[in-house]
Each structure stands twice: as structure tokens, then as C-alpha cells.
Ligand binder design. Structure first.
Ligand SMILES: O=C(O)c1cc(=O)[nH]c(=O)n1[C@@H]1O[C@H](COP(=O)(O)O)[C@@H](O)[C@H]1O
Length: 234
């Protein structure tokens, strides 16, 4: 298995304890996965924690899902680029002006700019949840609609569920990256995730990267859980 194939897994480091997170990370190699830092760890441990992971040689996805006015988001993604992260995200529902301004702000980093990704419809949402927000489309239709806006705005890809991956690849092309959370190996607990798929099926459907948290971090042997998932998608 090549390193490129092995690095399709982005592990969601959703810990409330920095030492526990770092002890877990010490069992991993930057050749076998990338790491995602989200709102919980960033709020507890801040940019210093992100820097530690970057300094250990990991590609870091800073998952703060920025959603604000264009000026604020452009400055926030600039701060992410200064941290040296590999990927950063915004909510597509922040609009095309917000997304374009964020992309423009990263242009000065050239090859070193983080990938800029838009969240479409959260994988914890289903049709009933969308209807409650007054959105009359199916999750699939809404994801496609927002992903088209993200592409028009110059973004590098979207976060969606693997259930939409096939349609998005067909409509938006192979270069447009699909980052898919809601990944559950067969038999594992879905938890709060609604639109789920197994790692192998997600890759088959066209996912470029799999975001996986609890099925790895809460496993009895997390390093083995990662190895098993990598083996299942090789
Ligand atoms: O942007 C994300 O990473 C994200 C988007 C989304 O639609 N759904 C989603 O679950 N996520 C993140 O992906 C991770 C999934 O973790 P697990 O459900 O534990 O595998 C969490 O850190 C979520 O914040």
C-alpha cells in the first residue's frame, strides 16, 4: 500500500484532554494518517496544540467551520494559514462572497496555502432536520446545490457525506475534493451521525478523504483500528 493511499484517513482528534490526545498521536505515524483538530480541542488547547501536531510532521485539518461575514472569515483562514495547517474549512451557507474572499485571502501563500473546503449539509442532518430549517430539498439536492456554489467560488472541495460522493464526482469533476465524515466500519455505533457509510464503500463512491473519529479514538486499540481501516481501503 502506498503512503498516498494510507493517508486518506483524517482522524478527528475530539479529546478534552491534551495529554491523552498526544499519547494517542504518539502511536501514529504521519505516513499513515492525517489529523483533524476541531472546535473542542481548539477551544481547550488553542493554536499551540495545532502547532505541536504540525511540528510532529502531521498534515492538520483545522476544522473550525468558519461562518461569518466575508472580512472576518478571510482573516480567520489567514490565521489558519499562518499556523501551517494543510486544510481549513468554512460553511458553504456563508455564501459565495464569503467563500471567494476567503480563497482570495489565501492566494498570497501560493503552494503553501491550505486547501479551502466548504461544509455543505452536516452528516448529522437528515431530511427531517433539513425540513425543520425550512429547506425543501433532499440532503442530496442541498449538498449538490451548496457544492456547486463552493466550486464557483474557487474552493478546493467540500465536506459532505459519502452518500453524495458519487453524484458530486460525476457533476463537479475528479479534481474537486470530497471529504466525508459519517464513516462507520460495519457493526460500529452510528452515534449522532445520520448519513453514514463504511470506509471501503465511501472510497468506492468517490471520497478523497475519510474523516473518522470515535470508531478509531474510542476503539480498545486505536492504532489497530486505524491499521484495519487503512487495510480495508488499500
Ligand atoms: O467538518 C467536519 O469534519 C464534519 C462535518 C460533518 O458534516 N460531519 C462531521 O461529523 N464532521 C466532523 O467529523 C468528525 C466525525 O467524528 P465521528 O463521528 O466521531 O467519526 C467530528 O469531528 C465532526 O465534527
Amino acid at each position: 500500500m502506498s503512503n498516498i493511499e494510507q493517508k486518506k484517513v483524517l482522524i478527528a482528534l475530539d479529546y478534552d484532554n491534551e495529554s491523552a490526545a498526544l499519547a494517542f498521536v504518539s502511536q501514529l505515524s504521519p505516513d499513515e494518517c492525517r489529523l483533524k483538530v476541531g472546535k473542542e480541542m481548539f477551544t481547550y488547547f488553542g493554536p499551540q496544540f495545532v502547532k505541536k501536531l504540525v511540528d510532529l510532521g502531521f498534515d492538520v485539518f483545522l476544522d473550525l467551520k468558519f461562518h461569518d461575514i466575508p472580512n472576518t472569515v478571510a482573516k480567520a483562514v489567514t490565521a489558519a494559514a499562518e499556523l501551517g495547517v494543510w486544510m481549513v474549512n468554512v460553511h458553504a451557507s456563508g455564501g459565495t462572497e464569503m467563500m471567494s474572499k476567503a480563497k482570495e485571502a489565501l492566494s498570497k501563500y501560493g503552494d503553501k496555502a491550505p486547501l479551502l473546503i466548504a461544509v455543505t449539509v452536516l452528516t448529522s442532518m437528515d431530511q427531517a432536520q433539513l425540513s425543520k430549517l425550512g429547506i425543501d430539498k433532499t440532503p442530496q439536492e442541498q449538498v449538490l446545490y451548496l457544492a456547486k456554489l463552493a466550486k464557483e467560488s474557487g474552493l478546493d472541495g467540500v465536506v459532505c457525506s459519502a452518500q453524495e460522493a458519487e453524484t458530486l464526482k460525476a457533476q463537479l469533476g475528479n479534481e474537486f475534493k470530497l471529504i466525508t465524515p459519517g464513516i462507520r466500519p460495519a457493526g460500529s455505533d452510528a452515534g449522532d451521525q445520520k448519513r453514514i457509510m463504511t470506509p471501503a464503500k465511501a472510497i468506492e463512491a468517490g471520497s478523497d478523504y475519510l474523516v473518522i473519529g470515535r470508531p478509531i479514538t474510542k476503539a480498545e486499540d486505536p492504532a489497530k483500528a486505524l491499521r484495519d481501516i487503512n487495510a480495508s481501503i488499500s
